[in-house]
Structure formats: C-alpha cells, structure tokens
Design a protein around this ligand. Structure first.
Ligand code: AKB
Length: 319
C-alpha cells in the first residue's frame, strides 16, 4: 500500500504549527511536508517555501513529494481581511482553487479545508446556531469561507474528491499566536495575565463567542479526517464547538489564580465583526456523525494555558 504523504499549507500559522507536530507523530516526520510563505528557522523536517496562490509552485511540491493528502490552512482571517478585502478574497479563494485543482488532476485522495464561525452573519439564531443556518456573512473572510464550503461540496459531488471541513470557532492555544482574527483576544489575555500586565480588551465585556482549546481543535481535525467516508454527511463544513464565553468570563476565571490581574475594555472595529457572529454553536451533527466530543471547558483550559505560558516565560527569563 502506498504511504500517506501529507502537505500542510500555511503550516506556520496558529493551527498549522501544532497540527504539523501531530501529523508528524501520526504519519512519521518523513511523510509530512510543511509549507508556508516564509521559512521557519526552527523547523525540523521537510519544509517548503510555498505561495499556494501559485499553481505551478504547488504542483511542483505535490509531484516532487508524491503527496496524497493536503491540509490547506492558508487564509487571511476576519480582522486583517477587512483591511484589504480584495486581496483577502484573492488569497483565500485562489489558494483553495489551486488545492482543489491540483488534487483533482494529480490523484490527491483527501483534502482538509478549514471553515469558520465567520460564515454566519445576518438572520441566524445567535444561540446554539444550527448547522443548516442561512449563511450571510458580514466579512470578506466569512464570504470566502462560505464560497469555499460550496466549492468543497462541488468537488466532492462532481469529481468525488474527498474534501472535509470544520467551521472552527476561536482557537485558543499556548504554542503559537493567532494572526489577525477577531477571537485573538482570547489568546492574548492569557499572555498578559502571565506577564503580570493589564489586558486592554478590544471587545466588550459581555461579547459571547464560540471557542475551542487547541488540543480539541486538533483532535476534531484528525478525527474528521479519519472517519469512514460514509459517516460524513456534511460535505460543506461541520459546525464545531468546545465552549462559549465572553471576555468577562475568562477574566474572572484567570483572576481565581491571579487575583491582581486587571482588564480594561476598549472595543474597536472588531466589535462589529464579533456582534455578527453566533454566541454559541450547535455541533450535534459532528457528534452524531463521527462522535465528536470536546475535552476542554473554560476552567480546565485556563489551568493548562496558565501553566504552559508560565513555563514558557520563565524559561525565557532563564535563557
Ligand atoms: C477569526 O477570528 O477570524 C478566526 C475565526 C473564528 O475564524 N479565529
């Protein structure tokens, strides 16, 4: 049987950094090729400098390494996306078209495509937002994800390409920083707490959003990709959630171990984006189809975040 050979695009991002490590454990370092626009000097293993909007460059890597699966993580996120809408559309769509086409033409078996809670916008139930809601997003990032979900479904129906997708909520992890999203505050708040700095929150205190701890996000990704094809009833993208909270909630939980921690609220343009997104998500279809079950809630995630970031900042002090 042919070995699986995995290509990760956008491997230097928040999810990519951690997913690459897990995929190397699962498939062997020699079978995982990480790629991004810039070299990561600390990366050990196969790394390719790759602009996924360049079809020929992508094709070269796919053929050279005899790739069988692509995890396509390239994207300009919600907040950064609003600063340059045309470029966001261009990068997000072009890179995904290239992945779909290279997969169709060169025998890739499976593709993972990350979608987002940003697909939701006008006219949805904000609490426990259903899988089959209206998708009328208010950001260009969200629009690109709705289009991408439909293209994923199209390639599956028309060409039998096994594309699978998750609508990620805000991802919170200690290993890497998010870049340019609306849920980024929920990572930054832990860094500020551990560094004993006041946190200036760019969202209002009571803005509830769906969130997930990075370990659960990776677990969901791998479980979805491993599920038997006949269990995958959603070929656009699955709702996914781990927990839901507002800035004041995470602040209160952090304060239990760091009583001197302080927060100020200075909402900016990201407040409008957050207001257009659900407070919480119904991910029962993922639970039903491939037994999705998160392990982390706000309390146990906070414990891990503080422990890991304290270790990180203390080791930097010693070094
Ligand atoms: C963002 O905030 O843009 C992302 C997302 C929810 O897709 N983290």
């Amino acid at each position: 049987m042919k070995h699986e050979r995995i290509l990760i695009t956008g491997a230097g991002g928040q999810l990519g950094t951690v997913l690459t490590v897990e995929l190397k454990k699962k498939y062997g370092a020699e079978n995982v090729i990480a790629s991004d626009l810039r070299v990561n000097p600390d990366f050990i293993g196969h790394f390719e400098v790759l602009d996924a909007t360049d079809f020929d460059a992508l094709k070269r890597v796919v053929l050279e390494y005899e790739i069988t699966q692509i995890f396509h993580l390239v994207a300009i996120l919600s907040a950064n996306g609003e600063k340059d809408p045309m470029n966001t559309w261009d990068v997000n769509m072009k890179s995904f078209f290239n992945v779909l086409e290279v997969s169709r033409l060169h025998g890739i078996k499976k593709v993972f495509y990350p979608s987002s809670i940003a697909v939701f916008g006008e006219d949805v139930d904000m609490d426990n937002t259903p899988q089959d809601s209206n998708l009328v997003p208010l950001t260009v990032y969200g629009m690109s994800k709705v289009a991408g979900e439909n293209w994923a479904n199209y390639y599956h129906k028309k060409y039998d390409l096994d594309v699978r997708s998750l609508r990620y909520p805000g991802v919170i992890g200690y290993q890497s920083m998010p870049g340019g999203g609306t849920t980024d505050y929920a990572v930054d708040i832990f860094h500020k707490a551990v560094k004993h700095e006041t946190f200036d929150c760019f969202l209002e205190a009571s803005t509830h959003l769906p969130m997930i701890f990075i370990d659960d996000a990776i677990k969901a990704t791998l479980e979805l990709m491993d599920a038997p094809a006949e269990k995958i009833s959603v070929r656009t993208s699955y709702n996914l959630s781990g927990m839901s909270f507002a800035p004041k909630d995470v602040f209160e939980v952090i304060k239990k171990t760091m009583p001197n921690f302080e927060i100020t609220y200075k909402p900016d343009f990201r407040q409008d984006i957050a207001n257009s997104w659900p407070n919480s998500i119904d991910d029962s279809q993922a639970k039903k189809d491939w037994n999705w079950q998160p392990n982390y809630n706000l309390e146990n995630m906070t414990k891990v975040m503080i422990e890991k970031l304290e270790l990180y900042y203390n080791s930097k002090l010693i070094a």
